[in-house]
Design a binder for this molecule. Structure first.
Ligand SMILES: Cc1cc2nc3c(=O)[nH]c(=O)nc-3n(C[C@H](O)[C@H](O)[C@H](O)COP(=O)(O)O)c2cc1C
Length: 368
């Protein structure tokens, strides 16, 4: 049983409260960290695995290979798992009872929390103060005005996790770097990592660097924006040698999707020239897009335009190009059909000798 007296707590946050963010919060000074809300049936269909490479305990969804919950010794006795239920009838009943005119943008009610805290004997945790919490001392103020034993913080930590530091807030880029290192160390999924960084960047996603970040699909690409490309490459190559398959590219082929889904979309790749290349939109302008280059070259040489055939598994796409009697594809699964066509066109350009490997590396497109 955790002691809830005089604690500063990372509140449960869907998709934010995964292992790297929880560890970061603890390292910055949080006493207790909540997981994101995890749905009961996801646990029921997962298998507990002791991961000796990462030194973690993983609950792995047996249907798609995703990690439902990953934990490690560093958060032992400090982590609280929030379990949700998907009983819609019960949820609706509760919804009709409470928490609808009150939205996140509305002010918190410290006086009501104080009223409750003064009348009960169990430790009460104050929550909801993020909009007034800009530094560590504001946490203590919130605790005092609400008369509570502890304070739980969500959004202020989501935006800058160093809010837990008694010594003061750290610059956003420092926090992102520390967060990314933990994501690499604990093989966090690129999509979850990207989501968390997006929520730190917020309005800055509109800047050139933000747009470059939004195009990223791998941990290595994200890390390279914060000068951690080498760190990421070395760790991932080490993990690879140790036998971790790797979740650093968003590829359903690593995840063994249900057999029947595969059958309906399977393509014959025997005679297809393949390479793992991804398309990063920020590296091209409208005139030098891979497809445009390929079509221009075809026109100049009197060849028929390429034919594109795209395969989709869940939310990921791969295209096979047929051009001048040969077939080409990138084995990297892209987030949309347009990107899949462009990455396949890049492979085709490379195989035709129209783009060199050095150029592909400069474009950040080759995935080893
Ligand atoms: C992105 C996000 C995800 C959240 N997910 C959960 C959740 O999974 N379970 C939960 O009980 N509350 C969740 N919350 C609510 C927070 O835990 C918290 O109660 C609320 O944001 C008010 O605290 P704050 O003012 O410190 O943000 C979430 C809030 C945010 C911003």
């Amino acid at each position: 049983m955790l002691d809830y007296t005089n604690k500063v707590i990372l509140a449960p946050m869907v998709r934010i409260g995964t292992l790297p963010m929880r560890l970061l919060a603890l390292r910055y000074g949080a006493d207790i960290v909540y997981t994101e809300e995890l749905i009961d049936w996801k646990f029921l269909r997962s298998k507990r695995i002791s991961n000796d490479i990462l030194n973690t305990v993983d609950y792995v969804d047996q249907t798609d290979g995703t990690i439902v919950f990953r934990t490690c010794a560093e958060e032992k006795n400090k982590v609280v798992l929030q379990l949700g239920t998907c009983d819609a009838v019960r949820a609706l009943k509760v919804g009709k009872l409470v928490t609808q005119e009150e939205r996140p943008q509305h002010a918190v009610h410290p006086d009501i929390i104080l009223y409750v805290a003064e009348r009960i004997s169990v430790p009460v945790i104050a929550n909801g103060g993020s909009k007034e919490i800009e530094k560590f001392s504001d946490i203590n103020k919130f605790k005092t005005v609400t008369g509570c034993s502890s304070v739980m913080i969500a959004r202020a930590a989501e935006w800058n996790c160093s809010i837990f530091r008694k010594e003061g807030l750290l610059p956003m880029d420092d926090v992102i770097r520390e967060y990314l290192k933990l994501s690499v160390d604990y093989d966090n999924s690129p999509s979850n990592t990207k989501y968390c960084v997006q929520n730190i960047l917020r309005d800055l996603q509109e800047t050139p660097r933000g747009r470059q970040f939004l195009d990223c699909q791998t941990l290595e690409q994200i890390c390279s924006i914060w000068d951690l490309r080498e760190y990421c490459k070395q760790k991932q190559s080490h993990y690879h040698k140790m036998g971790i398959q790797g979740r650093w590219q968003v590829s359903p082929s690593n995840l063994e999707p249900p057999q029947k889904k595969l059958k309906s979309v399977d393509m014959d790749l025997d005679d297809v020239s393949q390479m793992k290349v991804c398309f990063i939109r920020a590296n091209f302008n409208d005139l030098n897009l891979p497809k445009t280059q390929l079509h221009t070259w075809a026109g100049k040489n009197g060849l028929k335009l390429p034919v594109y055939e795209t395969q989709q598994i869940e939310k990921l796409f791969r295209t096979i190009i047929t051009f001048d009697g040969k077939r080409y594809t990138s084995t990297f699964w892209e987030k949309n059909k347009k990107f899949a066509e462009q990455s396949a066109a890049l492979v085709c350009l490379y195989k035709l000798g129209l783009v060199t490997e050095e150029q592909l590396i400069i474009l950040g497109s080759v995935i080893k």
